[in-house]
Write a protein of this length. Structure first.
Length: 267
């Protein structure tokens, strides 16, 4: 079965509304002819609505950097599925290592450089995944090991465990909607990309674990992205690998030329 490649730009906490519009206006013509790759961008919440209007009718789709697992109510600072659907959001990034809190909480004295600011846990990743699916949003679930875990030889165990917990109570019937992103924490924003053979191997481990939990049809259908310092000059090698079905791009998605080059490498 062939899986359509999916290239998603994660803009993180960058771009005002005018800057976001400028970026997407520059991007549109550069990827206009691409039909064999799903192209997704993830602006900040403030820019979702205007950017959604700007890309209406184009081949670019909208994702959100967050979601809460309740429909509405007294949840100051959070955003709901209905609010996201209302402005045309299709995908939602869940469990990115920056909000994940399993490496320590953001208390005074904690190691700020090791980020993990928002206390996201495997449990909240699961709640958000279930709620997104129920609401008609498509989760992009991020998993990945830290450098210490890699050095300790724990990569496969960590990644399998994150998937077990993310997929708790997920029905096989809705599972083909999920996208996974293998994002080794040590490769994110560092310029240090994971070797393509190794990235493909870990994506294979992820596919195997999906198969154990959701069956072989889901394992074949579900797309797995690689994320972590993917750039125009390393994208083609990564994207040619059997188990890598796309990319989750941070830094390089902030420049229209670079992001378009990665999209074209997937095409
Ligand atoms: P990066 O970020 O491309 O800047 O390494 C990837 C990500 O965080 O998804």
């Amino acid at each position: 079965m062939s899986r359509k490649k999916i290239i998603a730009g994660n803009w993180k906490m960058n771009k005002t509304v005018p800057e976001a519009l400028e970026l997407v206006k520059a991007l549109k013509p550069l990827v206009a002819g691409v039909t064999d790759v799903e192209i997704v961008i993830t602006p900040s919440f403030t820019a979702l609505y205007p950017v959604g209007i700007e890309i209406a009718g184009s081949n670019i789709e909208l994702a959100s950097q967050g979601i809460f697992w309740k429909a509405s109510g007294a949840y100051t600072s959070q955003i709901s599925a209905a609010q996201l659907l209302d402005v045309g959001v299709k995908y939602v990034i869940i469990g990115h290592s920056e909000p994940r809190g399993r490496f320590g909480v953001a208390e005074e004295g904690a190691n700020d450089e090791f980020y993990k600011y928002f206390g996201e846990s495997d449990h909240t990743v699961n709640l958000k995944t279930l709620f997104a699916l129920k609401s008609g949003l498509l989760p992009i679930v991020c998993v990945g090991e830290t450098l210490a875990e890699r050095k300790a030889g724990e990569t496969d165990t960590i990644v399998r465990d994150q998937i077990v917990k993310a997929l708790n109570k997920v029905e096989p019937s809705s599972s083909s909607q999920i996208v996974f992103a293998y994002e080794p924490v040590w490769a994110i924003g560092t310029g240090e990309v994971c070797d393509a053979v190794e990235a493909d191997r870990v994506c294979g481990v992820i596919r195997d674990q999906i198969g154990i939990q959701l069956g072989s049809a889901a394992a074949k259908a579900i797309r797995i992205q690689y994320g972590g310092s993917m750039k125009p000059d390393n994208a083609a090698e990564l994207l040619a690998k059997e188990n890598i079905d796309g990319g989750l791009i941070g830094g390089a998605s902030l420049k229209a030329q670079d992001f378009a080059a990665i999209v074209n490498a997937a095409s």
